[in-house]
Design a protein around this ligand. Structure first.
Ligand code: UT7
Length: 332
């Protein structure tokens, strides 16, 4: 019997126009273009400017491009999974908001929060609705407006993050392409090293929490770096091993873009040369849930049907994981 798998059948992305360069950051905090470039690989990032503009502003554009590319209408979408740590509001879900904005009137949707690993968690979650035959067209969005929770007086974090949105369409595939395997992990003991202290039910917003700058991202960079390097590399190697994939069998690694040194360590562990690694961190920085779909969109013209692709991420929580998929279509 032919196995039904969930395949990515279209990808699209959107980033805001405003470019925040390393040179501009030099004016905000005690840093240098050289330090940022050598320690992270980032040269610039995009920022969504304007009052009252949340993450769904960017996601809306990405989804509209996605539907246009696939040549389908918004009413054909069954489910929207919106992976983000910066929803427009705590409730209702940004999935609902973007569905209304785009006209996906037959879709139900929900938000998924797994920090920087959110997009791969969302992809695996969405794939189950396709594999079981429950739904035919599922959109997984990975998007964040990180500038809404970044402290631009903290040089440890403000140099890293940026804003951006990506989206993929999942549909059934019976030709052998699509999602083959996944490994998803989490460990709440890592919470303290990368989190937003206040704003949730534990410490609701007060004048004191605002004054103490507790609504911004707090990160102990060095510790997160160590966990990210070992866990992202291990999980990427593990998924290759259990699927009997050697380095020659892998066409592309699509890593979460948090730090070029973490990406290099992961590729090295997998035995992959730089030519097989998607890297756009220099242009966008770390867009949290946006990084992987932004890469897939940037590299879409280089992807061929049957290519073995490994997606890999690590993020706050801690959360991490990898997905092995076979690309489902040739460049148009
Ligand atoms: O995506 C979610 C997961 N997040 C990550 O994966 C991020 C992981 N962490 C990192 O990418 C890195 O730890 C950072 C980029 C955040 C920091 O790089 P690092 O190489 O780990 O630097 P460090 O924290 O060890 O700091 C080294 C030095 C320190 O100075 P001293 O103590 O050696 O005098 C810092 O104070 O660099 C200093 N420093 C800076 N200098 C210039 C820290 N930030 C900056 C800065 N500009 N922006």
């Amino acid at each position: 019997m032919t196995k039904t798998r969930a395949a990515i059948t279209a990808v699209a992305s959107h980033v805001p126009d405003y470019i925040l360069s390393n040179k501009e950051l030099e004016k905000l905090v005690d840093t240098t273009d050289d330090w940022i470039t050598t320690r992270t690989g980032i040269k610039e990032r995009r920022i969504l400017k304007g009052e009252g503009k949340g993450v769904t502003e960017m996601a809306k554009v990405a989804v509209e491009k996605l539907l246009e590319k696939r040549g389908i209408g918004p009413e054909e979408i069954d489910l929207v999974i919106f992976c983000t740590v910066t929803p427009d509001k705590i409730f209702p879900a940004s999935a609902n908001i973007v569905s209304a904005k785009v006209g996906m009137s037959n879709a139900f949707g929900f938000d998924l929060n797994a920090a920087c690993s959110g997009f791969i968690y969302g992809l695996v979650t969405g794939s189950k609705f396709i594999e079981t035959g429950s739904y035919k067209k599922v959109i997984v969005i990975g998007a964040d407006k990180m500038s809404s929770i970044i402290d631009y007086t903290d040089r440890q974090t403000c140099i890293i993050f940026g804003d951006g949105a990506g989206a993929v369409l999942l549909e059934a595939d019976e030709s052998g392409s699509g999602i083959q395997d996944s490994i998803l992990r989490s460990d709440g003991n890592g919470m303290q090293y990368l989190h937003q202290v206040a704003g949730g039910s534990e410490y609701p917003p007060t004048e004191e929490t605002v004054a103490a700058r507790q609504h911004y991202v707090h990160q102990e960079g060095k510790t997160v770096f160590k966990f990210a390097v070992s866990n992202m590399a291990d999980v990427s190697y593990e998924i290759m091993e259990r699927n009997n994939l050697g380095a020659d069998d892998v066409a592309w690694l699509v890593p979460h873009q948090a730090n070029l040194r973490i990406i290099d360590a992961t590729a090295k562990r997998m035995g992959l040369g730089k030519e097989k690694v998607m890297i756009n961190i220099h242009k966008y920085g770390n867009t949290t849930n946006g990084t992987i779909p932004l890469c897939l969109t940037d590299w879409e013209s280089k992807l061929n049907k049957g290519d073995n692709i490994i997606l890999s991420a690590f993020g706050g929580g801690f959360t991490w994981g990898s997905v092995y998929l076979k690309w489902a279509y040739d460049p148009s």
